[in-house]
Design a protein around this ligand. Structure first.
Ligand SMILES: [Zn+2]
Length: 244
């Protein structure tokens, strides 16, 4: 084919300046597509963007300000950050406790309390909590809280997924609030779940359970009241019953 466009300014097709409608433009699609301008730059910049995306996923993690709630990304291995919005200090460190500690914990990292660990503090804020020991604190986890403890836990627990693991024998002296609950062992306490509660075959709950749904596997026990709630919807207004 001849590159006629470079030869003559007169185009073969009448390309006028009048507004082209879609139907008028359509025949042009039959003509060979314009040769794409050599695009090594585009390709390489695309490559760069891909690499940067991978870089971002690999080296950055999500953080959220405790004070203003601002969410941002920070280095994966960073131990702390300052909120870009309000400047507040945010710890990102994982905390491990294997003895008695009275330090409050406030981190976007995870907390592990070993079997001999005892955390007696005013409050604990973290992502995931893995407790094999004892906690005496009000706990707020943005992630999951799992307990494999023997003994009494003092303080309210607020978390996403709440699990009492096999081997535990634990009493929660204050209510547990979660979005999902799984009980695999003996637990005493009052449980509120906005989602499902599952009591497995070796699980038993001594206390009241309020949840969206409660499933008890054969062998599992619930010794207490079971209240099923329907999300956040208000109770339906009673319509007058049709008279038969
Ligand atoms: Zn902030």
């Amino acid at each position: 084919m001849v590159e006629a466009a470079t030869e003559s300014p007169a185009p073969a097709e009448p390309v006028s300046t009048e507004p082209a409608t879609a139907s008028m433009r359509r025949p042009q699609s039959n003509s060979p597509p314009p040769t794409p301008s050599p695009a090594p730059q585009t390709a390489s910049s695309l490559q760069k963007m891909k690499e940067q995306g991978m870089y971002r996923n690999q080296y950055f993690k999500d953080a959220e300000c405790f004070d203003c709630g601002h969410k941002f990304k920070t280095g994966r291995s960073a131990k702390s950050a300052n909120c870009p919005a309000c400047g507040a200090y945010i710890s990102l460190e994982d905390v491990e406790i294997n003895m008695t500690s009275t330090q409050p914990v406030k981190t976007r990292g995870n907390v592990l309390i070993r079997k001999r660990g005892r955390l007696s503090a005013s409050s604990v804020h973290c992502r995931d909590l893995d407790c094999q020991g004892i906690i005496e604190a009000n706990v707020t986890c943005t992630g999951d809280a799992s307990f494999r403890s023997t003994g009494s836990i003092i303080g309210e627990i607020r978390c996403n997924r709440f699990v009492v693991e096999k081997g535990a024998d634990v009493a929660f002296l204050n209510p547990v609030h979660a979005t999902e609950v799984e009980i695999q062992a003996r637990v005493t306490g009052t449980i509120y779940s906005t989602g499902p509660v599952l009591i497995t075959s070796n699980g038993s709950v001594n206390g009241d359970v309020t949840a969206r749904s409660v499933s008890i596997e054969p062998g599992g026990e619930l010794n207490g009241a079971m209240n099923i709630v329907r999300g956040k919807q208000p109770p339906p207004t009673m319509a007058p019953a049709p008279v038969a």
